[in-house]
Write a protein that binds this ligand. Structure first.
Ligand code: AMP
Ligand code: ZN
Length: 119
């Protein structure tokens, strides 16, 4: 069923606690944890607890939870004190854009200068 945990999904396993992660925030609908391969001094992933393969499918099925992901991304930025210097929220969508984990997630990146446009 849409949104149900997937047994082969890394991020579902982080939600369930089967795989450890450095969790920095948790809400009723989301979990935020440090990326294992950080690309900036702050690199946190915000994920919905429900499983959808990407941000668009999450937003289509569960718009309130998609909004929660964005709200939590802003809260992470405030917690990490990168809100004043600037940060980026990224949803890689599709393998051609670098998506490797097919459970919707926002990257929150900051703490260094960020190039525009991104590569
Ligand atoms: P993406 O390439 O946009 O799908 O992002 C997936 C991200 O998940 C990458 O930045 C990985 O470094 C990160 N990642 C993979 N495995 C883990 C893990 N076990 N804990 C935390 N982050 C992870
Ligand atoms: Zn999942």
């Amino acid at each position: 069923m849409a949104g149900e945990p997937q047994s082969d999904c890394l991020f579902c396993k982080i939600v369930s606690g089967d795989i450890p992660a450095t969790i920095v925030r948790e809400s009723e609908t989301t979990v935020a944890f440090r990326d294992i391969n950080p690309q900036a001094p702050t690199h946190v992933l915000v994920i919905p607890k429900v499983h959808y393969p990407d941000a668009a499918s999450l937003a289509a099925a569960e718009p309130k939870i998609a909004a929660d992901v964005l709200t939590e991304a802003g809260a992470v930025a405030a917690d990490e004190k990168i809100d004043s210097t600037g940060y980026r929220v990224i949803f890689n969508t599709g393998s051609g854009a670098g998506q490797t984990v097919f459970h919707a997630h926002a990257h929150v990146l900051g703490g260094r200068g960020l190039q525009w446009p991104p590569g």
